[in-house]
Design a binder for this molecule. Structure first.
Ligand code: ADP
Ligand code: MG
Length: 567
């Protein structure tokens, strides 16, 4: 028997489909990009498995994607000779969304298709985009290495159900037939198809072959078919920068990142030396919704001499750069390199150090760009990734100073929550006699801004950084100094504000201390063991008193944090 069964889509898939068809209709041609992108991934996976099992390639070694159409039957077919899928893989990959954070994603949907379409972009569109133009999709696939009789056919009208049955298929790989909707005939045309492929898929590193009707010299149809390779079919990162257009860089980004929007910036370089490799790394425009998930996927693909080795190669960049996307292609690593080997490889350490340098360099250039567009880009970068990037101060000792230079903070010099002040800008504004960078940490921006510890600083016009992100406390514990200036919490110890006080003020302070001697003795008696010391302070202007901790002691904020986790 053909073992035919009918299965239902996961609820989320149904929702996604509906949303997608509505919100992407104005840009429906991207369905082809998505299917070609999947075909290319499938061939990458086959190449990888064939490293160990070359027999997988044997009978059909020329890897390619074929696109053909039948204007009369109104079908468009996208076929690849990649890895293919088993029955179980079809069930798990098509009709199910296995991505981490899926549930959270769907909870965020508002029902307002305008807003939701932005979210879809973050999630990636993928296979289901076929239903934008097709009323029925038939996918036939045979896993590499499995016999012809173990192929499987998946078919759906995109209405919530699909069927699966066992079929025969001659070659390995996947063939997708789109039965086009009424009115979508424009895609059953060689010019339109080759135009879309050139526009979105030129960077695909294997040939995309369009099967089209053959014409004679006069342009008349001959009744035969011919095959044309439509794309350049060379991996984009292996080309010279001058040979790659901005559009091609952007389309390649969308392919590797499954993102929808163009990236913010990228770095492309061939590195020679102890390790030879090519990197093409992108800063996205927007943080994915699962950036803070424990199992958030890292976005770097590892290739060795053009052969795809693995996705999410988390060892290739440190954690604080986990938002980066792109490709690293090594000339020296062995093809059989595994995640375990990567863990302890000196070669990988060298590649990682080189890539970190490139990324920091890219961000430095972005930060230096004084044009309106440049400023906006850097602000976007910081807004989306700043809290992750700041982790680098504690994580990457060798680049601490560089990372700190790229950090931006909220500050009393701005009257809003924007994290826009660099340490260099702070230092430039320091008062005569001021030798420290002052900051306050708190649970929220409002709490930081209203801290009574700020009164004296406000009065003297001394700027204070307002730190209220979760990582800030940890960050300042690693960043004790920047450009020779100490970082000092305004809630800790003696303030050495003397240097900033003028002579008259000093006399006044001395007099106040004398006047208050008796009061101090009384207060100490009353508070007893509850405090270490009671002092006259010049740091307050409006509040009568405040609690401070010694330089060596924990800050109140950190103490509260630890208490909240049960320490
Ligand atoms: P994504 O590509 O982001 O994973 P898609 O919706 O595009 O999401 O595809 C879902 C999954 O279906 C892929 O991850 C892959 O496992 C499988 N798949 C899709 N197309 C093919 C194909 N042509 N060959 C093999 N597997 C495929
Ligand atoms: Mg895909």
């Amino acid at each position: 028997s053909s073992n035919k069964e009918t299965l239902g889509f996961q609820t989320e898939v149904k929702q996604l489909l509906k949303l997608m068809i509505h919100s992407l209709y104005s840009n429906k041609e991207i369905f082809l990009r998505e299917l070609v992108s999947n075909a290319s991934d499938a061939v990458d996976k086959l190449r990888f498995e064939a490293i160990e099992r070359s027999s997988l390639l044997a009978d059909d070694p020329e890897l390619k994607i074929s696109i053909s159409f039948d204007a009369e039957k109104r079908t468009l077919t996208i076929a690849d000779n990649g890895i293919g899928m088993s029955r179980l893989e079809v069930i798990n990959h098509i009709g199910t969304i296995a991505k981490s954070g899926t549930k959270e994603f769907f909870e965020k949907l508002s029902g307002d298709s305008q807003k939701d379409s932005n979210l879809i972009g973050q999630f990636g569109v993928g296979f289901y985009s076929a239903f934008i133009v097709a009323e029925k999709v038939t996918l036939t696939t045979r896993r590499a290495g499995r016999p012809a009789a173990e192929a499987v056919r998946w078919e759906s009208l995109g209405d919530g159900e699909y069927t699966l049955e066992d079929v025969e298929k001659t070659g390995r790989g996947t063939e997708i037939v789109l039965h086009m909707r009424e009115g979508e005939d424009e895609f059953l045309n060689e010019w339109r198809l080759s135009g879309i492929i050139k526009k979105y898929s030129d960077h695909i590193s294997l040939p995309i072959q369009l099967h089209k009707p053959k014409r004679d010299e006069k342009g008349e149809l001959t009744g035969e078919q011919e095959v044309e390779t439509v794309n350049s079919a060379s991996a984009i990162w292996t080309r010279n920068k001058s040979e790659v257009t901005e559009e091609q860089y952007i389309e390649f980004y969308k392919h590797v990142s499954h993102d929808w929007e163009p990236p913010l910036a990228w770095s492309h370089a061939r590195v020679e030396g102890r390790q030879e490799y090519t990197e093409l790394l992108y800063v996205p425009k927007r943080a994915p919704f699962d950036l803070y998930d424990r199992d958030h996927k890292h976005g770097i693909k590892l290739y060795v001499r053009r052969v795809f080795i693995m996705d999410d190669a988390e060892k290739l960049l440190p954690n604080y750069l986990r938002f980066m996307k792109g490709v690293i292609d090594s000339n020296d690593l062995p093809l059989n390199v595994s995640r375990e080997i990567l863990q302890h490889s000196k070669d990988i350490d060298a590649i990682r150090a080189g890539c970190v340098k490139k990324v920091l360099g890219l961000l430095e250039d972005l930060a230096k760009d004084e044009s309106d567009e440049g400023k906006e880009k850097y602000a976007t970068f910081w807004k989306e990734f700043g809290t992750v990037f700041k982790e680098g101060i504690g994580e990457d000792f060798s680049n601490k100073e560089k990372i700190a230079k790229l950090c931006r903070f909220a500050s009393t010099s701005l009257d809003n929550e924007d994290q826009a002040v660099s340490l260099d800008a702070y230092i430039e504004r320091m008062k005569e006699g001021q030798d420290k960078i002052y900051y306050v940490t708190a649970d929220s921006f409002t709490a930081a801004k209203n801290s009574p510890h700020l009164e004296i600083f406000r009065k003297k016009g001394v700027e204070v950084l307002l730190l209220s992100d979760r990582v800030d406390e940890w960050m300042v514990s690693s960043l004790t100094e920047y450009a020779g200036k100490k970082l000092q919490s305004v809630t800790k110890g003696s303030l050495d504000m003397d240097a900033l006080a003028d002579e008259a003020e000093k006399a006044e302070q001395k007099k106040a201390e004398d006047d208050l001697k008796d009061v101090l003795v009384r207060v100490k008696e009353v508070l007893g063991d509850k405090v270490k010391d009671v002092r006259v302070t010049h740091r307050l202007t409006d509040s009568p008193a405040c609690v401070v901790v010694d330089d060596q002691d924990m800050s109140g904020h950190l103490e509260r944090l630890l208490k909240s986790v049960g320490q």
